[in-house]
Design a protein around this ligand. Structure first.
Ligand SMILES: Cc1cc2nc3c(=O)[nH]c(=O)nc-3n(C[C@H](O)[C@H](O)[C@H](O)COP(=O)(O)O)c2cc1C
Length: 414
């Protein structure tokens, strides 16, 4: 039986260990994690989700407080259409985030950035164009387009000098979504450099409905491979979602995938941005503690731990400070859900909102614990201390376990 290290992901002349660590916003897949993966010869992702608040935390900037100050008068209003991002500030925050990673990069691997289309930021095209072009300006190796169909995203950067040299890829959950993307972009004569096929067991938002359990990654990968073959297209396919062991990964590579994208096993590494106490929640979780629900204002189902403190929390919408999910008209489904609870409970000091969650605030504060379906198995990947806590792992240990293990074995930390 083969192991992952028997395979390589090839981009032109460049050869990589075929392990990609998926983007995890907000700053869960940190620069430190991506750097470590690049050092080990794979591909690490950073994410540009809520990049201004990430910059404030990392570089002592004050983008969030400045934005809040500017729009303070609007805080009590449910009409958020006037709340806009300053594009120059967005550019600055994206640039410093990416430069921080690229300047420190060592080794033969690559660093990509995950860009979610659903972060519509009250001006979807303008803000996405700025995010993508600032990341390219700052020298990112590649961009993975996610959380959306991205039908117009390539066109936003077609005039960028790096449009044809940076690696550009897209995450899809069906051959249909891929076919649509290719059709819409045919005129640009620029194919994606890779396609991530993400199945229903992934963490974060899902590209499926609440019937996600009826789909399986192996079949979707086979369908996408067949589609590409029929179209005579040679685009590397990267399988993602629920790949827990090196043997799971090797099976996808034998099936014809060029690499695997994994994330959940890295949520309990030192380099991951989750607070230590949240890493322990991930370790402790049982299968029953994990759910897919519809509380994300994006409209996509999202997987998370049922014990996430952000579930049901009825906080006032924070769009003046954040506002990443405001659509082109300045609306967010959480604002409506919050307002209807306030109307139902006039005079109440606090309300609970269960339909939707204020995802910006809660992801920023690590209070929505999004996770992959295999999270309940994390406890089998480490040792437990006498006080009941689990040993946090190093990214290197998990990466090497994927790269070298066979027979469904998982190497425990020393
Ligand atoms: C904590 C967490 C956060 C995630 N956040 C994002 C995200 O912001 N954008 C995205 O495209 N995918 C996100 N994902 C999906 C991963 O990038 C990856 O494709 C998927 O989780 C791989 O499956 P696995 O977790 O079973 O290994 C997230 C996954 C996890 C576990």
């Amino acid at each position: 039986m083969k192991r992952v290290d028997d395979f390589r992901l090839r981009f032109g002349k460049q050869e990589l260990v075929p392990i990609v660590i998926g983007g995890m916003g907000v700053d869960i897949s940190t620069v430190e994690l991506a750097l470590e993966v690049a050092r080990l010869g794979g591909i690490g992702h950073i994410s540009d989700a809520m990049v201004q608040t990430v910059s404030d935390r990392r570089f002592d900037t004050n983008f969030v407080s400045q934005k809040l100050k500017k729009y303070k008068a609007n805080v009590a209003s449910s009409d958020k259409s006037a709340v806009h991002f300053n594009l120059a500030e967005l550019e600055e925050a994206t640039r410093s985030h990416v430069l921080h990673a690229m300047d420190a990069k060592r080794g033969d691997g690559m660093i990509f950035i995950n860009c979610m289309e659903k972060l519509t930021m009250n001006a979807p095209r303008e803000t996405l164009r700025m995010r993508l072009s600032a990341a390219l300006d700052a020298g990112i190796d590649g961009i993975t387009l996610s959380a959306g169909l991205h039908l117009g995203s390539f066109a936003l950067i077609e005039d960028h000098p790096r449009f044809r040299d940076a690696k550009l890829g897209i995450i899809v959950s069906s051959p249909r979504a891929l076919a649509m993307f290719l059709r819409k972009n045919a005129r640009l004569q620029r194919l994606p450099d890779y396609v991530v096929v993400e199945g229903p067991l992934a963490g974060g938002h899902l590209g499926f409905g609440m019937d996600w359990a009826q789909y399986d990654l192996r079949s979707i990968v086979a369908e996408v491979l067949a589609f590409l073959k029929a179209e005579h297209l040679d685009i590397p396919v990267i399988a993602a979602g629920g790949i827990f062991t090196g043997s799971d990964a090797a099976a996808f590579l034998e099936q014809g995938a060029a690499a695997v994208q994994v994330a959940t096993r890295f949520t309990v590494t030192r380099e991951c941005g989750l607070p230590d106490k949240v890493k322990q929640e991930y370790f402790r979780a049982s299968e029953d503690d994990i759910e897919v629900n519809t509380i994300s204002p994006t409209g996509y189902p999202m997987r998370m731990l049922k014990g996430s403190p952000g579930i049901g929390a009825g906080i006032r919408p924070n769009c003046e400070a954040y506002g990443y999910l405001l659509d082109a008209k300045g609306r967010c489904a959480y604002i409506d859900a919050y307002n209807s609870q306030v109307e139902l409970h006039p005079g109440a000091k606090k309300v609970s909102v269960h339909d939707k969650t204020c995802l910006c605030t809660h992801m920023r504060n690590f209070d929505i614990w999004t996770c992959g379906q295999t999270t309940w198995r994390l406890k089998d990947t480490t040792r437990r201390a006498p006080d009941g806590s689990y040993q946090v792992l190093s990214a290197e240990q998990v990466f090497h376990d994927y790269q070298f293990s066979v027979d469904q074995k998982i190497a425990l930390p020393p």
